[in-house]
Ligand binder design. Structure first.
Ligand code: PHE
Length: 354
């Protein structure tokens, strides 16, 4: 009996000391495993008399139950402890202030170009690109600018020092040279938009030496001025988000279109305030016209078979009007405060009404 008491204390203290599940399991195997001490004692019972068996057997059994209970309790305790330890380790300190982060903004020029593309996409237009550095042929000659014609001077061209086979290269003064590249490389029908940078030697409150245009070109059989008017009226109405916006096609001149027109939209200037819409006044926003037969010929197209229209929109101009930006030069000053105010988030939708 005494021996069993001593043994019991010894086992219980080992269970108490076990501070992880592996150690606890080792204790269980030492005493209750196949070759464990308690198991051995149980086996030895067969050698005892019936009387001895009765009392000793009962005591051993009590010891076994006690040890099993203690092991089980300790196991539950250790398992809980593991969970609690993990919870403590992974605890989030929700009282910490958030880390500051700043996200970039989309420049109003990029945003406006995307808006224009989104409006023309359902009308079947795809996007084309051309180089910023052009030659005289694509920027002027193929576009029906006669040599030494004053129209070339209207453009305040930046010429480069390098020459291309004796011909001086230049910074394109408009996106119209992309018309030539597209017509030379593709069979009609053609419907393209060509957004991009353009350059003219000019700098004041309404001019910067670099600015953006979106060119449009449609070439097909039987294209007429009605198509031009419908297409551009749809564009201005949806860009400014105003149904039945007054639109006027005013006769104008460009060497590469005939007839040529400038498009004005209705507006109102009252008490220093400016509003787009029905106000009895007009504001010029883009140039357009039917592609000149000389331009078609320069691109190898037969003007008796194909006709088309083209237009060019100043991106800064329409962005300023739509978003109330008053100083053109701010577009290119790289002032982060300005970009944060006038820029767009990646999530802004182009629905023609924002
Ligand atoms: N390229 C002209 C400009 O820069 C705009 C334009 C394009 C006009 C296409 C008519 C047709 O002023």
């Amino acid at each position: 009996m005494e021996n069993l008491d001593i043994l019991c204390k010894k086992i219980i203290s080992k269970i108490d000391e076990a501070d992880d599940l592996n150690t606890l399991n080792a204790v269980r195997i030492d005493y209750l495993g196949k070759k464990g001490e308690i198991t051995k004692l149980m086996k030895e019972l067969t050698n005892l008399t019936h009387e001895e068996k009765k009392s000793y057997g009962k005591n051993i059994n009590t010891l076994k139950v006690k040890v099993l209970d203690s092991i089980e309790n300790k196991k539950v305790y250790l398992e809980k402890k593991i969970i609690l330890d993990n919870i403590n380790k992974e605890r989030l300190d929700i009282t910490l202030p958030e880390r500051s982060y700043s996200s970039g903004h989309i420049h109003p020029i990029s945003h406006t170009i995307e808006e224009v593309i989104e409006i023309f996409k359902p009308m079947g237009f795809s996007v084309a690109e051309g180089p910023d550095i052009e030659d005289d042929f694509h920027n002027f000659t193929a576009l029906n600018f006669p040599p030494d014609h004053p129209a070339r001077e209207m453009h305040d061209t930046f010429f480069l020092n390098e020459s291309n086979n004796g011909e001086k290269l230049l910074m394109r003064t408009h996106t119209s040279p992309v018309q030539i590249r597209v017509m030379k490389d593709n069979e009609p029908p053609i419907r393209v938009l060509a957004p991009g940078r353009t350059y003219r030697c000019d700098y004041d409150i309404t001019h910067t030496p670099m600015f953006h245009q979106v060119e449009g070109l449609v070439i097909d059989k039987k294209v007429n001025m009605g198509h031009l008017k419908g297409c551009l009226t749809t564009f201005v109405e949806s860009f400014f988000g105003i149904n039945n916006l007054p639109v006027r096609f005013r006769p104008s001149y460009f060497p590469f279109t005939e007839p040529s027109a400038e498009v004005d939209i209705g507006c109102q200037r009252k008490d220093g305030e400016f509003k787009i819409g029905d106000g009895g006044e007009w504001l010029e926003i883009l140039g357009c016209g039917m592609v000149h037969h000389n331009v078609l010929k320069a691109c190898g197209l037969d003007p008796n078979e194909y006709q088309g229209f083209a237009f060019g929109v100043g991106v800064e101009r329409i962005a300023m009007l739509k978003y109330g930006i008053t100083d053109l030069r701010m577009f290119f000053d790289c002032d982060l405060r300005w970009i944060k105010h006038y820029g767009f988030s990646f999530l802004d939708k182009f629905d023609g009404n924002n």
